[in-house]
Design a binder for this molecule. Sequence first.
Ligand SMILES: Cc1ncc(COP(=O)(O)O)c(C=O)c1O
Length: 400
Amino acid sequence: MRMTFMHRISYNPHRPTGLHVDAETTAAFTSPDIQAVHLSLEEYCPTPLIELPGLAARLGLGRVLVKDEAHRFGLKAFKALGASYAVSRLIKEQFAAEGRFVALAKDFYRQTDLIRPGQFTFCTATDGNHGRGVAWVARKLRQHAVIYMPKNSAVARINNILGEGAKVTVIDGPYDDAVRQAAHDAETNGWTIISDTSWPGYECIPRWIMAGYLTMFREIHDVLTKADRIDAVLVQGGVGTLAAAASWYYNIENPTHSIRLIAVEPVTAACLKASIDSPGGEPRSIHGESNTIMAGLNCGTPSPTAWPLIKQGFAAFMTVSDDICIRAMRTFHYPYAADPRIISGESGAAGLAGLLSLCEDTTMSAVRDKLGLGRTATILLLNTEGDTDPESFGRLVRST
Ligand SMILES: Cc1ncc(COP(=O)(O)O)c(C=O)c1O
């Protein structure tokens, strides 16, 4: 079958030579608590970094490495890294305000009597994975969770959250409306918002969530040798919190060489690309309802706390269609040569969808050259979710 490519790409005209990061964001990313809190989760185990030599050969690349977050905590997505860390910090700060001290040490999530059961009701909007992470953390700490989801949310993803004992409200609108509704209802009911996206006046928790994602990049570094060097990372973008963590890690925490970070979004929900394309590179919203199978990336507005790191640290921004995303899911599922199989859900496969577009579209050769995606390049992909909606996953990987 001949593939039609629907992607677009923008280079970043706003990259400074050095990144400027505000003090609050720097403090969030440099806290030693991140590692301690994750180690305190009994499900914690570094997820695998998988090499796909067959795919690399096929695409004319040196190496393709995939960080496989489908194995994270038994939740099939990376998102609970953020929620678990943010909730621990929130509790630490709240206790401190009451004159009590809680250490974010290796036993944090193993203390069953830390908080009175039902003291908090955590609330957030989600396309699925972040809300499941918040509900999972709430259950661990014997707290309540109320999760808002956009209309047309997959039944399996709703059930995953209900399965953690949370209440789920599906609203009649897109993700951005769910964010507003969650914030409004939390305010009215005295609930605690654990949102991965930020807005003016609500920045602290999204910063901690962003910092929690660092564990993923640090785990990658831990298994690489000194001789390994990553040349480009394709990072899928929803509100941009994951992308901001990648920018911090590769530009500031571990700036080994001139790595190229490439953001990948659905054609119909490309708020990061719209922002970089705007005059001055200011955050821009995509209005209206967008349809894409990449539910986790179906967000209309970049998170204001994430955007400065993305604007300063990413080389390029591209979009991918659902068709190429399905092909990426199938490429992971039916691997080339002796490559291992990877279970990659719709949003998880978006990075590979971007790479396939760049490597297989003959009109993209100048872009490939400019981004240094050649025969010696090592590319990192993040499989950010597995089959979080197994029925849809099965249908899509079996489709021809
Ligand atoms: C599987 C998956 N990948 C990537 C993302 C994008 O993360 P962010 O919204 O932080 O950009 C999400 C967001 O929910 C997601 O669920």
